[in-house]
Design a protein around this ligand. Sequence first.
Ligand code: ADP
Ligand code: MG
Length: 728
Amino acid sequence: MSLRNDAKNKVYERQPRKCEVPVNEQGRYLKVSQYYGENVYNYHLSKSLSQEDKENLNQVINGKKTIDKPLAAKVANSVLEWAISKGATHFCHWFQPLTGATAEKHDAFLSFDNDRPIEALSASQLMQGEPDASSFPHGGSRATFEARGYTTWDLTSPIFIRESSNGKTLVIPTAFISYKGDALDTKTPLLRSDIKVGEQLIKFCHLAGETNVQRVYTTCGAEQEYFLIDKAFYFSRQDLVMTGRALMGSLTSRNQQLEDHYFGLIEDRVLAYMQEVEIELYKMGIPAKTRHNEVAPGQFELAPIFKDANTAADNNQMVMTVLRTVALKHDFVCLLHEKPFAGVNGSGKHLNWSMATDTGLNLLEPTQNPHENYRFLAVIATVVEAVFRHADVIRMGIASHGNDHRLGANEAPPSIMSVFLGDTLKKIMDAMIQSGAYTPETQRTLDIGAKQLANIFKDNTDRNRTSPFAFTGNKFEFRACGSSASIAYPLSILNAAIADVFAETNAFLEKELASGKTIDQALIAVTHKWYKNAHQIVFNGDGYSQDWVVEAEKRGLGNYRTSPEAIGVFKKTEKVKFLVEGGVFRQGELQTRANVMVERYIKCREIEFRTQESMVNKQILPCAISYKAQLSETVSKLKAAGADSSVEEGMLKRLSEVVKNLVTKKDALAAGYDKFHHSLNEDDFSVKIAKELMPICEDISKLCNQVEEIVPEDTWPLPKYYDMLFIR
Ligand code: ADP
Ligand code: MG
């Protein structure tokens, strides 16, 4: 039996998996609120820490002081007590190297007091680890002799326990830095950026009259899209296993054009999966909120309730891990690749982003009368200026080989950065720069024409799914981030951009106030200044249209279609210097990141090319050639019998042509790769891959799809799109 049929037969037999749902002593399901966060360490509840210890810890977490060894020892003790009472046997420093994924090394609590086995966790084990940094991507930033790297405990992100089939592990979120203090991870720059943006925003709040504010931080809720396909199909396709995406596959006649999957009924097997994912997340204090079918068949989404950006970034890493691991228990594989299947929608991560104060303000909350809320308008104008000024760098922050298939295709936000403000807000802002008055619309409820229904308020911002950076009510939604990416990196760049412009906003306000203006006058003036300068990045229209590409060029907006081009922005010193001057990245770290990004791009593409070549040689060509043989035999027999063989000859001719083209293209790709690989430096090589080799790779896919269309159904060696997207 063929691999494909074998896989299908397995899938037909699958049943939804039952998991352990938390119950009380009577066996009734617990409310989520009863077990939410049960695996998160909470120092407030610690019995061994004194009130003074807890207050000190509070100050450390709020950045008021650094932790000393005696306090760390007490905390280590309290953490250990809690962890072993929960049944944990090991601890790990959990960090986020530049691979974009996470890394962890586990150590047992097991230790010896003379000969007696005990459990132990010392202050230094809690605070610092020393993984071998040379085995992580470092973009050539260090010579091997100084390849030491350190993980250091991040007190602002909670410690938690992760359960697995046969035990529990204490997870300590850490940053990963070099001996010289350079960030080797995505977390450190995010933490720095949050401090920098916080400093400017506190100042801004004070100038704007919010004098009680002591802390401002950025918030993020990351909507995570993903595909689920059955494990049996996944392991029958080496492209999915090696590269995370189908390198070939002919589209089914029905895919997403009926728009019936989005928000459709969630099938039981999938729902059972989502429920187990949520139970795991709730225990670890990750507030999963929404779940639904996405646009493409087999595509889904999970969104949590937002948190501070750093915790949100850690949580999102854990969300991706749980999505992947729980999927396997349900005989699914969760694909986080940005574009697993050509022809249907890809997956992104929408970063809902805002700024919050410790007094409970959301700085992007328009309130009932946004046109009179001058603080709000000044914040919007500052954000618009920041995205305008730093658009190219923000675009670079989401560059990856996977995302290239999405950005600019007719479904995801385009690779051109623009800002959507919605009609109301745009009218207010436009009225301001034209120094005209804005008259609010009075009709605020919608006439639905059916009195049985509750009246709904018309939102101040309608939806525009085509914009990469959209204002959605009381937050911005940065939609261009890739589904598999770490959100920490784009968030740190965005925060750096915001901090950069807020520093100028503050200086401007101070000057205006000193010259005798009222705060409202000053806020209006700064809004005017920024919006007048940056309004060409505001675009409320259809970001998918070709007209926008032309229009954007006229407006002078950057359009970096491929990752290598976007990564090239690193070389434009003028553009990236705010990252260094603002204290979010060090100069050397930028070079490191540029190198790592280029290197990853090349390696991932190389793996795709090699995998495709292997599939063509070992699966597609043998299949095509045996059908050719069968056809030619038929033709000979028909001819010998004096029967008409024109149809068979036509098919044979067509298949022969396709096969010939396929072999030619395959050879051209291999030759092109070798030539550029040997003659070019990495930067130029990556550009050649994107511009010259990728089109050949795509041609090869198309030719494989043509073979798939010609050969008999039962001889095709791979699970088809139909199998993967529709059979569950
Ligand atoms: P949508 O209609 O776009 O799905 P939701 O209200 O469901 O909008 O929110 C989507 C995400 O935005 C959720 O993760 C939510 O927690 C997050 N979010 C809401 N408010 C904020 C905010 N002020 N800052 C950051 N994220 C937010
Ligand atoms: Mg959304």
